[in-house]
Design a protein around this ligand. Structure first.
Ligand code: GLA
Ligand code: ZN
Length: 656
């Protein structure tokens, strides 16, 4: 088990390094991340490398039993780069170049920048390949931008399209360029969609795919160099949870494991559904455990700072991630920097460098993690419920949400949070992936639905699975054209419904609705309404207004050996989704290991012959949870009775 911090020795005087290393060691830290933005110190002028200082820092850390992950430092270029090669700076929509001095400001098609990136990566890889305490690499930092509108980007985009479509005729068909007479007669005519809310939807989707691919290609070039020189080191990247400008499945494909940066401590304390779902998305990228590369250590912010983790919260936040598949955990950052843009981004230590409350809580957590390591090692989360998670739907919905309040993550959260409250773990799965491990699949807001994916969902239900779909699922094909079929298209037969009409509801409009089967007598449909016509399905919720009495708002249908449920609107009442989940679990014959009280999170990690039940209390009150009795709780060593009491914000790990 690796536990540690992001460390920037270049920010501090050398005589402090040994003090830091000793404090880290005392805290139980055994890994740091180094050199993330240190390009200038590693290559002060083009082609002249200085690795001595980093060798020295690594040696100090090694003497204290601390390993290191090194970063390719390409997220922050030195000032000499644009001074010599102005064209590496990304060009904005207005035709002006980004000004150097903020991170992440390069054009990704710039051959110069790619060469400079390859050179520093190779030099570092060669130099540190045999440093004993280097164990792995992080590529760059938080890939995601910027978007560049320069001439090279445009011609590369055109070339990329040519490879993708082969012929202009195929591209014209895919994008539907007969509309507004947009058919292209030459690849060079294809523009960059500066306004994705007004340009052709097919063009916009491909531009987003291309932008994502540029980042993936840039990383791939670094990965190839690192693999060649450092075959014993792992390679990862620090992803950003629910950030969705890139196709994270593609970015993860070249890596050994995914890592991500978790900063949930912003607004008022609450149940951390977002960080839970983000963890599941991260685990889903490679279908394997992940690391937390940056974990909340204090108030964060650039100009203003947010709240500080309450006592117990640093530990609580860390356990939430451990429970969901984290195999490594590094806090961001060690000591708060006295200089630069991130003076307010607080680390475990303040500006004063003293090991106070936040340090002590991280140290306690680290020591507990090491004690748990033999139990946790090799375990993973193996849910039987899957939600489809699709970047292309996210992008297409950004250009055309359909109904104004349509937010992909919110749509997923309605179901996800209800599953969380029921104590059920979820896998986030890429559309098209094998679904055989699951009994329940939720395809919420799955706007882009290629026929092959729709057919796989039909087969899943026919074979006994339980499917939940909802409004705007299956509207578009993979080229962002509307399917020329009555909704919900190929899903009509498993769902047993037809939707001939639908509408968005303005904020001052809502439809009262009534549910059967415990789904809620008094429901309110908001934001959007599908006028669902049952064609074999049973109505679960009906709209009350006179003009909608013939239509269903939610349905259920037996299809083959399975069930398919449809929700054609958004219900204001959370209880609807809780009841829907109860119904779905009943149909799938699934039960949680424990049913938690409100505010308590449940996750199970398992390996052959081992099952660990994690309980995480997100509330400020002690909570009593009914648990299997006669089991060992690993943090206290005590045996369980029929109930286990969690302290406020407390956690428990029970070996089942
Ligand atoms: C990101 C980066 C870090 C740091 C923090 C705080 O997560 O990866 O380098 O900049 O934000 O701003
Ligand atoms: Zn460019």
């Amino acid at each position: 088990m690796y536990v540690g911090v992001a460390y920037y020795p270049e920010h501090w005087e050398r005589r402090r390094w040994a003090v830091d290393a000793r404090l880290m060691q005392r805290a139980g830290f055994n890994v740091v991340r180094l050199a993330e933005f240190a390009w200038k110190f590693l290559e002060p002028e083009e082609g002249r490398f200085e690795f001595g200082w980093l060798d020295e820092a690594l040696a100090v850390l090694r003497r204290h039993g601390i390993a290191a992950i090194l970063c390719t430092p390409t997220a922050a270029m030195p000032a000499w780069v644009p001074a010599k090669y102005p064209e590496v700076m990304a060009l904005q929509k207005d035709g002006t170049r980004l000004v150097w001095g903020v991170r992440k400001n390069n054009c990704f098609t710039s051959g110069t920048y790619r060469l400079l990136s390859a050179r520093i990566t190779r030099a570092m890889a060669e130099h540190f390949a045999r440093t004993p305490n280097v164990i792995g690499w992080q590529t760059d930092n938080e890939f995601g931008g910027p978007v560049c509108y320069c001439g090279t980007c445009r011609s590369e985009f055109q070339a990329w399209l040519r490879t993708r479509y082969g012929s202009l005729a195929a591209l014209n068909r895919a994008w539907g360029t007969h509309f507004w007479g947009q058919a292209f007669g030459d690849w060079a005519e294809i523009p960059l969609p500066v306004d994705p809310t007004a340009h052709n939807p097919g063009l916009c989707l491909d531009w987003q795919r291309f932008f994502s691919w540029l980042n993936v290609r840039f990383q791939r070039e670094q990965v190839a160099i690192l693999r060649a020189h450092c075959p014993r080191h792992f390679i990862t990247h620090n992803f950003m949870g629910l950030f969705s400008d890139l196709d994270y499945y593609e970015l993860a494909a070249d890596l050994d494991h995914v890592s991500w940066d978790n900063y949930p401590v912003w607004g008022k304390p609450e149940v951390r559904y977002g960080a839970a779902m983000a963890a599941d998305v991260m685990r889903g990228l490679k279908k394997r455990n992940f690391w937390i590369m940056e974990q909340t250590a204090g108030p964060g912010g650039w100009g203003t700072f947010g709240r500080t983790p309450r006592p117990g919260e640093i530990r609580n936040v860390a356990y939430q991630q451990l429970a969901r598949g984290a195999d490594g955990m590094l806090w961001f950052r060690w000591r708060t920097c006295t200089a630069g843009r991130e003076q307010y981004w607080h680390g475990l230590l303040g500006h004063d460098g003293r090991p106070l409350r936040r340090y002590r809580e991280a140290a306690l957590t680290a020591r507990e993690f090491h004690r748990l390591a033999p139990h946790v090692s090799g375990t993973e989360v193996r849910p039987q419920v899957a939600m489809l998670y699709d970047y292309e739907s996210i992008w297409a919905l950004r250009f055309q949400p359909g109904y104004a309040k349509n937010d992909y993550h919110q749509a997923l959260h309605r179901h996800y949070n209800a599953l969380f409250r029921a104590g059920m773990n979820v896998d986030m799965v890429r559309p098209g992936d094998d679904l055989r491990a699951y009994k329940v699949v939720i395809a919420s807001d799955l706007f882009i639905l290629p026929d092959a994916v729709a057919r796989a969902l039909c087969a899943f239900v026919a074979a006994g699975g339980v499917l939940v779909a909802d409004c705007r699922t299956g509207v578009k094909d993979e080229t962002n054209l509307c399917h020329p079929r009555t909704l919900p298209g190929l899903l009509s037969s498993p769902l047993g419904i037809e939707i001939q009409e639908y509408e968005a509801l303005a904020d001052d409009m809502q439809y009262p609705a009534a549910g059967a089967d415990g789904l809620g007598e008094e429901l309110t449909a908001v934001h959007v309404a599908d006028w669902v016509i049952p064609r074999g399905a049973e109505t679960l919720v009906r709209y009350r207004p006179r003009h909608l009495r013939r239509y269903a708002a939610a349905t259920r249908h037996r299809f083959g050996k399975g069930w398919a449920l449809y929700v054609g609107t958004v219900f204001k009442e959370e209880v609807f989704y809780d009841q829907l989940v109860a119904l779905v679990l009943e149909h799938a014959r699934l039960r949680p290991v424990v049913t938690p009280p409100p505010g308590v999170e449940v996750a199970v990690r398992e390996a052959r012959g081992r099952r660990l039940l994690f309980l995480v209390n997100h509330t400020e009150q002690a909570q009593r949870v009914r648990v299997p009795s006669g089991k060992q709780e690993l943090l206290t060593g005590r045996r369980t009775g029929t109930e286990w009491t969690l302290d406020a914000l407390g956690v428990a790990v029970i070996r089942l």
